[in-house]
Design a binder for this molecule. Structure first.
Ligand SMILES: [Zn+2]
Length: 103
């Protein structure tokens, strides 16, 4: 038996920030099918490992977490069009937009 050495089994420790679909859904308060839709739409990249579909947390955050332009809070986007953390911030943003002529 000749041990050639230098051969290490690399454990996928780089995946320490990966979440299963179910964990991601719970964490970001989305449905599992909503997450799958994002993957299908190409917004999220899924990784496959041991028969499990995993998502990297940083990728999830970049897609699902937005920063409200009104108050600066971070919030979870319920859908891709959501830009403000709440209804009231959205109204504030709309109200501050000058429109029409004033006298
Ligand atoms: Zn806000």
């Amino acid at each position: 038996m000749v041990d050639k050495g230098g051969f290490y089994e690399v454990k996928p420790s780089t995946m320490n920030n990966a979440l299963t679909i179910k964990q991601a859904a719970e964490l970001y308060e989305l449905s599992v099918s909503g997450i799958y839709n994002l993957i299908k739409a190409g917004k999220l990249v899924a990784l496959h490992q041991d028969g499990e579909t995993l998502l990297s947390q940083s990728a999830l955050e970049s897609v699902l977490v937005g920063v409200c332009p009104v108050c600066g809070e971070r919030f979870t986007k319920g859908n891709q069009r959501q830009r403000f953390c709440s209804q009231s911030c959205r109204q504030k943003a709309n109200r501050s937009k000058p429109k029409g002529a004033s006298r």
